[in-house]
Structures are given as structure tokens and as C-alpha cells.
Design a protein around this ligand. Structure first.
Ligand SMILES: [Zn+2]
Length: 365
């Protein structure tokens, strides 16, 4: 099943070698950007060391052990991630009903649509109670696997006390325990944690790998696949989200923004923003798509080969003017600034209006 993970051959080779030579470290730290395969690789690694198949291509994905891992039901699989306060009982039951509902929805989402981010309704962290319970569980004997597998996602979201309470286990875990920490923000992980793990870096996926995965797994037309891969910036989750949820519509929204900015329909655009109230994610995708169109506009006078939106070339030529290539570098910087502000929780509607105004400036002849 490892071959399902694309674009991370170095990592896969490293892990397969460790399995083959039976030199598996007790703790790994998988780091790298979002949507590049860290979690799936961790899961498959845990499956591989427990797989019941005698084939050299483990995990097989079909034995009873693999099945239990894929449905997150293997008794030796411990999966921790940032949550709201679950009010855990000493036995690990979630006592808060609302939290339990959200916890179950998180797991369901992770299994069925892992490219979608799930948000709890309150602030989340890896909680001390969860770590204490994990430590207690690791002291018990293994249920049925060869290895106990622990995956801790967003391991940077642990406060210092929680991290400290885990150091001893990380340093000397019980035998046959495989701990995999995952983070997208390595600088935020405490050095005392990092030094106790074998770090494994996951690089961003190339556009062609993302395009290939989209072609393999989803039926989409080539313009959409190409532009989704381009917007995604090496993040497969973003690419899938775009083609599944808002792919064409992001593109449509971007072109209608352009059309309205070109025709200076300010009041109409303001009304549109106020009536639609886009979420932060949608505005981020919109900004990315406007960036792609800006790139098209920057090169349209020199070449048509590299243009993403070839089907809109007549319209793009109509928008283009003598000074546009000069203005585009600053415009792209502005787009970065908008994206950063969105991450800093600035109101998405406000950003969308600023995006419109900036685009209008860009297009003004
Ligand atoms: Zn198997």
C-alpha cells in the first residue's frame, strides 16, 4: 500500500529499509507542510509493522490487522490529536456529550474525507489528560499486534507541562512501541521532544504529482486539474478540496470578480460580498485563483503555451494593457498580504473587498 503515497519516495525507502532490517526507531517526528502525506505514511507504517501478510509488500491492506487500522479500531493503535476538553474518565471514556459527538465526527472525517479540515467548536490542544491516559495504556501489555502504534498529530500543540510529562515515555518507551509525532510547524516543537525522535522530512508535492493523483482518483477535466494543482502550492488536501467542493466555482468566482472589476461595478460587487459572506477558506482559494489569472496576464503577450486559462484567452487579452506586466509583481505581493491577514483572522468579507479594489487598480488602463 506504500505505493499509494506519491511524491515521498525517499521517506518510503527509509521506512521500508527500517522494517526490512528490523531497525525501527521507537520515536519518529514526521515534519513538513500540510497535505503532503505525513498522516497516511504514519498510518501505513504502523500497519506495516503489524501486517499479518507474509508478502514483502506490507502493509497488504486486506488482512484483519490492516482492516482494523484502516477503520481506526485496532486495539493497539493510539491516535491523539488536538481536541477540546473531553472530560476523560480514568478509563478514557469521553464524559462530555458535545465533545464526544465532535470527537466521533473528527474520526469519521479523518477516515472518509481526510482532505477536509475538521474544526472543533472550542480551542484545541493535545491535552495533558490524553497524554496521561496514553502513558497508562502503554504500560499495559499489547493486545494482539506485534507493535503498539502511537500517532500524535499536530504534536506542536502541546503545552510545556504536557510535553514534559511525555518526555520519559518518548525516551524509553515500553518494548515494541512505535511512536510517530506529526507536525507542520517544526519550530514550535520543543527541542527536548525533537531530540528524542528521529526526524523525517516530507517535502511539498510537485504540481505534476498532484495532477497525477487527481487524475488517478478523481475524474476531472484537464484545465481544472492543472489549475487546482497550481493553486495547491504542494498541498494535496487543498487540490482535492478545490476540485471536490469549489473547483469550478472558485474559478467562476474569480472570473466574475475580474469582469466586475474591469467594468467597475463597485456597488454590485459590494452587494455580492455582503449577500454571500464567503468563509475564510473560500476567500483564500479565490485569492489563489486570482493569482493564477494574474500570472496568465503577465505572460499573455509573450507566450500562450504556459497559460492556465486557455479557454478564457480572449477575455484575458481584453483585460491586458501596456502597463499590466509592470504592476503584477506588486499585485502578487498584495495577494500574499491578503492571505496572511486571513490567517490572522481578519474578516474574510473585508479581504474580499480589498481584493476587488486591488484587482480594479491592476486592470485600470
Ligand atoms: Zn495486512
Amino acid at each position: 500500500m506504500f505505493r499509494k503515497i506519491k511524491g515521498q519516495q525517499q521517506v518510503i525507502d527509509l521506512l521500508q529499509k527500517a522494517i526490512k532490517q528490523e531497525r525501527i526507531a521507537s520515536a519518529y517526528l514526521f515534519h513538513g507542510g500540510d497535505g503532503v502525506g505525513k498522516f497516511m505514511t504514519a498510518l501505513y507504517f504502523g500497519m506495516a509493522v503489524n501486517c499479518l501478510s507474509s508478502s514483502q509488500y506490507r502493509p497488504c491492506g486486506v488482512c484483519s490487522s490492516c482492516h482494523k487500522f484502516l477503520s481506526f479500531e485496532h486495539p493497539d493503535f493510539n491516535y491523539l490529536f488536538p481536541t477540546v476538553n473531553l472530560k476523560l474518565s480514568p478509563e478514557g471514556e469521553i464524559k462530555d456529550n458535545e465533545a464526544l459527538k465532535q470527537y466521533e465526527a473528527y474520526i469519521k472525517n479523518k477516515i472518509e474525507t481526510p482532505w477536509q479540515d475538521f474544526f472543533f467548536s472550542g480551542s484545541t490542544e493535545i491535552r495533558k489528560e490524553s497524554i496521561s491516559l496514553l502513558i497508562k495504556r502503554l504500560e499495559l501489555s499489547i493486545h494482539e499486534g506485534h507493535y503498539r502504534v502511537v500517532i500524535i498529530e499536530n504534536a506542536d500543540m502541546m503545552n510545556i507541562q504536557t510535553a514534559n510529562s511525555f518526555l520519559k515515555t518518548l525516551e524509553e518507551p515500553p518494548p515494541n512501541t512505535l511512536i510517530i509525532l506529526i507536525t507542520e510547524r517544526l519550530p514550535k516543537v520543543l527541542p527536548t521532544i525533537i531530540s528524542r525522535c528521529q526526524p523525517v522530512y516530507f517535502k511539498p508535492l510537485s504540481q505534476s504529482v498532484i495532477e497525477e493523483i487527481i487524475y488517478d482518483q478523481f475524474q476531472v477535466d484537464s484545465v481544472l486539474a492543472k489549475s487546482a494543482a497550481r493553486i495547491a502550492g504542494g498541498n494535496l488536501k487543498t487540490a482535492i478540496r478545490i476540485i471536490q467542493n469549489s473547483g469550478t466555482s472558485t474559478r467562476d468566482k474569480a472570473f466574475s470578480l475580474l469582469q466586475m472589476a474591469h467594468e467597475e461595478q463597485d456597488i454590485e460587487y459590494l452587494n455580492l460580498v455582503n449577500s454571500q459572506k464567503e468563509a475564510s477558506d473560500a476567500v483564500r482559494d479565490l485569492i489563489s485563483y486570482i493569482g493564477i489569472i494574474a500570472n496568465d496576464l503577465a505572460i499573455i503577450d509573450f507566450t500562450e503555451d504556459e497559460i492556465t486559462n486557455l479557454d478564457k484567452i480572449e477575455f484575458l487579452k481584453e483585460l491586458s494593457h501596456d502597463d499590466i506586466a509592470n504592476r503584477i509583481p506588486d499585485f502578487l505581493l498584495l495577494l500574499d498580504d491578503f492571505t496572511r491577514k486571513l490567517e490572522g483572522n481578519v474578516n474574510p468579507s473585508l479581504i474580499q473587498i480589498n481584493l476587488y479594489l486591488a484587482t480594479k487598480q491592476l486592470l485600470r488602463k
